[in-house]
Write a protein that binds this ligand. Structure first.
Ligand code: FES
Length: 101
C-alpha cells in the first residue's frame, strides 16, 4: 500500500528566511529526498512568509499543520527520516502553534 505524501513548505520568499538560509534548506531537503529516492513520499515547495519570521528559516509540515523554525541544513536528514517513519515531530525545532505564539 502506498504511503501518503507529506507536503513540506519552505519559506524562501519571505525577507527573513531568504536572508537566513531558507533557499539552502530547500535545496538540502530536495537533494536528500532525491538521493534517498523518496520522491513519492515527499513534496517540497517554496513558500512566501509563513508568519514565523523571527524563527527563520521556517518549514511548514503542511500535511500535519505544524512548523519548524531555525532549521539548519544539518537537520534535513532527520526531518525526512522522522516524517517517513511517521514519528512525532522533532521537538527541538517545533514552533508554538499560531494561536499561542
Ligand atoms: S520570512 Fe519566513 S516566516 Fe516570515
Amino acid at each position: 500500500m502506498a504511503k501518503q505524501c507529506t507536503r513540506l513548505l519552505v519559506c524562501t520568499k519571505g525577507k527573513h528566511c531568504s536572508a537566513n538560509d531558507g533557499p539552502s534548506v530547500l535545496k538540502k531537503l530536495r537533494r536528500t529526498i532525491e538521493r534517498c529516492e523518496l520522491d513519492q513520499f515527499f513534496k517540497v515547495k517554496k513558500s512566501g512568509c509563513l508568519g514565523y519570521c523571527r524563527y527563520a528559516p521556517v518549514i511548514s509540515v503542511e500535511s500535519y499543520g505544524f512548523y519548524y523554525g531555525k532549521v539548519r541544513e544539518s537537520d534535513c536528514q532527520e526531518i525526512i527520516e522522522r516524517h517517513l517513519a511517521k514519528k512525532k515531530p522533532l521537538k527541538r525545532l517545533l514552533l508554538p502553534s499560531k494561536k499561542s505564539k
